[in-house]
Design a binder for this molecule. Structure first.
Ligand code: HEC
Length: 197
């Protein structure tokens, strides 16, 4: 009787399965740390939280052929310069409120979520908030009572009142400002700021 070739033996495929699983597991660990190092605040594409003390612009980069956030001169949010820790605290309050109120049920953030309402990644830079000086106030008012401050350009859709306190709204505005400073490779495509129109 001819001997079973090595590649046809059950033992061989068991070993292959163990090796493939082990190597994939290692690759997954490496990729996890690699992603964390690129998506944590304070890295090249994701600014640290104290960026909310600065002006955030959005200009078209001819070389990259896409819009890029540009961090400019001092422009503290709510006229108060925050330390890195205080800024992180405020942005975290915003993030937790956004999670607690499930904004992703209607909106997308960095592309994740639902498609009923606009993506919020660059909402801070939305020209509809008008003048940069009025923006903070309009956002605070809108978040606390969207019905009374409805914007609904063209869509006819309205955001419901979600019982957000002023402190929580300030956190959300800080979160939105910080998120707008993230270099998202031009996402969302076709988003334009007032300066660009
Ligand atoms: C039931 C759906 C719904 C939920 C939940 C919801 N929104 Fe909205 N939101 C909308 C709609 C619809 C609009 C657009 C209408 C408008 O602007 O008046 C909007 C508009 C906005 C805008 C203006 C967007 C821009 O481009 O400038 C912001 C900011 C915003 N929502 C933030 C939030 C936050 C933060 C939460 C969670 C606390 C939230 N929304 C939860 C439906 C929702």
């Amino acid at each position: 009787m001819a001997e079973t070739p090595r590649w046809a033996a059950e033992q061989f495929w068991k070993k292959v399965a163990i090796w493939v699983t082990a190597v994939s597991f290692l690759v997954l660990i490496v990729l996890t740390f690699d992603s964390l190092s690129k998506t944590s605040a304070g890295t090249s594409r994701v600014p640290s939280y104290s960026v909310i003390n600065k002006h955030i612009g959005y200009t078209f980069d001819d070389r990259l052929n896409r819009y890029q956030p540009v961090i400019g001169q001092d422009e503290p949010l709510f006229n108060e310069v925050l330390s890195e820790a205080a800024a992180e605290h405020l942005v975290t309050l915003g993030k937790k409120t956004i999670q607690a109120k499930n904004c992703m049920n209607c909106h997308t953030l960095l592309g994740n979520g639902a498609y009923y309402a606009p993506d919020l990644t660059k909402a801070w830079l939305d020209p509809a908030w008008g003048d940069e000086k009025t923006r903070e106030g309009l956002m605070l008012a809108f978040l606390q009572d969207p019905e009374a401050n409805a914007r609904t350009y063209g869509t006819g859709r309205k955001m419901p009142k979600l019982g957000i306190t002023e402190a929580e709204a300030r956190g959300i505005v800080a979160f939105l400002k910080w998120m707008s400073s993230i270099d998202t490779n031009g996402f969302p495509h076709n988003f334009k700021t007032a300066e660009e129109e």
